[in-house]
Design a protein around this ligand. Structure first.
Ligand code: SAM
Length: 209
């Protein structure tokens, strides 16, 4: 079974990718060093759907990259919704802010540049949904930092939890071990209900009780 082919098959059956997100994906492929970091159509559609189904109004994203997931989620928010997104690399702003404008989401999206480990301590208020998608070894730090600011019934999503399948390796490298330990710890955490999906590089959904 070829997972890439199945992903392409599923993408073909989803809501079609918007022209704007297609253009953003293309520009990301052409102008960034690691375009595979972008969420893509299948995961972007899932994020969009989750925001709608969940009725989220206030979202925090950690790790904007070029803004694909940001736009996927923000476009599902009501007019009075808000999405705050944190990114370390200012060199990506020429892409992300252009597409936030093109999508007419600039009033809903606020982007802060800097180290998210410091920025997250300055972010105030309660969130309905948090998407953690930056340095993977910092997942637990971001998680513990933001959990008190997630409402009961709120969602925390964490990307890349399967780390290209390396979490199955018998002898894991350091980075993979950190991700695996995080997964095991979270799955046993009594504060949460957890769901792990083998979508793309692995997406975990945690519902705060
Ligand atoms: C996987 S990409 C995010 C992809 C994006 N969420 C999407 O779905 O299209 C991870 C991003 O996190 C950023 N990042 C890594 N460490 C960071 C940190 N300490 N603070 C802020 N951003 C960070 C990287 O620069 C990169 O753009």
């Amino acid at each position: 079974m070829d997972l890439d082919l199945l992903t392409t098959y599923c993408e073909g059956l989803c809501i079609p990718q918007s022209a704007l997100l297609k253009e953003l994906e293309r520009e990301t492929n052409l102008k960034t060093l690691n375009p595979r970091m972008l969420s893509g159509h299948l995961q972007g559609t899932l994020l969009h759907m989750l925001v709608k189904i969940h009725g989220s109004k206030r979202i925090l994203e950690i790790g904007t990259f070029t803004g694909y997931a940001t736009i996927s989620m923000a476009s599902a928010l009501p007019d009075d919704g808000e999405l705050i997104t944190l990114e370390a690399n200012e060199e990506l702003e020429f892409i992300s802010s252009k597409y936030f404008q093109k999508a007419e989401l600039q009033d809903i999206i606020t982007q802060h540049f800097g180290d998210a480990k410091a920025l997250i301590k300055t972010i105030e208020g309660i969130f309905d949904l948090v998407f953690i998608d930056a340095g993977k070894k910092d997942n637990e730090f971001y998680f513990e930092q933001i959990l008190p600011q997630v409402r009961s019934g709120g969602l925390i999503l964490v990307d890349n939890v399967l780390w290209s399948g390396k979490v199955l390796d018998e002898s894991m490298d350091n980075h993979t071990q950190i991700i695996h330990d995080f997964n095991v710890k979270m799955s046993r955490d009594p504060r949460l209900e957890s769901l792990y999906l083998p979508l793309r590089d692995g997406l975990a959904l945690f519902r705060k009780k």
